[in-house]
Design a protein around this ligand. Structure first.
Ligand SMILES: [Zn+2]
Ligand SMILES: [Zn+2]
Length: 331
């Protein structure tokens, strides 16, 4: 882990990170006043690096009065080109199109884990990509398997395999036949969140590292993306048993920590699946990001947002805002 820590602790935070620095977490003026929105542009800049939140929601399909939230998905932009799709949760298929995503441009698809709110639209996104011009193989990188969760390569085989796949008619994605581009799956060893981080060799323009995390029985990963000495961290869904994640990234001072926010610990959150707001605050306190963005939001987690922000504030004194679909965060 030494190389990773070296690069992260050696980060030079250059300030003025585009649209992030330009806005502040001003209180909203509407009935959603308690939710600390930071108005992000819904289009990413033509230059520099940006992470766009395609889906800011969780596993519950719901309409919040102004907009719905797709399941978790992010799109990395470098100089105006979409380079990485991270998760393809239910509903994100449409957001991918709205953002201008194109599979033909991607270096890889990364998956945090194989819950439906993170991978439910993968078949649709790939199917759509089959109508594009891509011919190069496309790496798909995600966790290994355990118990009721197939590993990433097995997941793709069950989804698309020519013999027994659910969408066997799209089996050309498995072997590159039938005018499909071939998928190159890679299973990252997670070890219940205790395995070593892995560098992912997908581009010379930026660096990506997969960090195993603990998410109940589901093998799961968080991701760190580093571009020109600046980093963003995606927690993925993780419980506070993800001790190695916190230790490895302590003091790394990313520009943004995207934390998957679920529910106040007092309100029946299943144990061992997610960090409570207080535990998100502890993690943010350890990593010391310039800002903390809460995503994976649901009405059940936003209703008690004042309590959650107070709990987060016990561990982290920096800015905290709540993401909406298509928000673009330059870094
Ligand atoms: Zn989730
Ligand atoms: Zn999950």
């Amino acid at each position: 882990m030494k190389p990773i820590m070296t690069f992260l602790t050696g980060l030079t935070l250059l300030g003025a990170p585009g649209c992030i620095a330009a806005q502040t977490a001003a209180p909203a003026q509407t009935a959603t006043a308690a939710i600390p929105r930071s108005e992000q542009p819904a289009a990413c800049p033509a230059t520099g690096a940006a992470l766009q939140v395609l889906g800011s929601g969780g596993p519950i399909a719901e309409w919040a009065g102004e907009q719905g939230r797709a399941g978790t998905s992010y799109l990395l932009w470098i100089d105006g080109t979409p380079r990485l799709l991270i998760d393809a949760g239910a509903g994100s298929y449409l957001r991918f199109a709205e953002a201008g995503g194109r599979l033909a441009d991607l270096d890889a698809i990364l998956l945090t884990h194989l819950h439906a709110d993170h991978a439910g639209d993968l078949a649709g996104v790939l199917n759509s990509g089959g109508f594009e011009t891509r011919t190069a193989p496309l790496p798909i990188i995600g966790p290994d398997g355990a118990e009721r969760f197939p590993g990433t390569s097995e997941f793709l085989a069950r989804l698309l395999g020519k013999e027994a796949g659910a969408f066997a008619y799209n089996g050309g994605f498995i072997d590159g036949s039938e005018n499909k581009f071939r998928l190159e799956p890679r299973d990252i060893t997670t070890g219940a969140g205790r395995a070593a981080p892995a560098g992912l060799d997908v581009s010379n323009d930026y660096s990506v590292f997969a960090y195993p995390v603990h998410h109940g029985p589901a093998p799961a990963l968080g991701y760190v993306i580093e571009w020109q000495g600046k980093a963003v961290v995606i927690t993925g869904d993780q419980s506070a048993q993800s001790e190695r994640f916190a230790v490895e990234l302590a003091g790394s001072k990313p520009v943004i920590l995207f934390a998957h926010h679920v529910i106040n610990g007092a309100e029946g959150q299943p144990r061992g699946l997610h960090r409570t707001p207080a535990q998100i605050g502890e993690l943010a306190g350890a990593l010391a990001p310039q800002r903390l963005v809460l995503t994976h939001n649901m009405q059940r987690s936003l209703a008690p947002i004042a309590l959650s922000l107070a709990a987060i504030g016990e561990g982290y004194a920096g800015a905290v805002t709540v993401a909406a679909d298509l928000d673009c965060y330059a870094f």
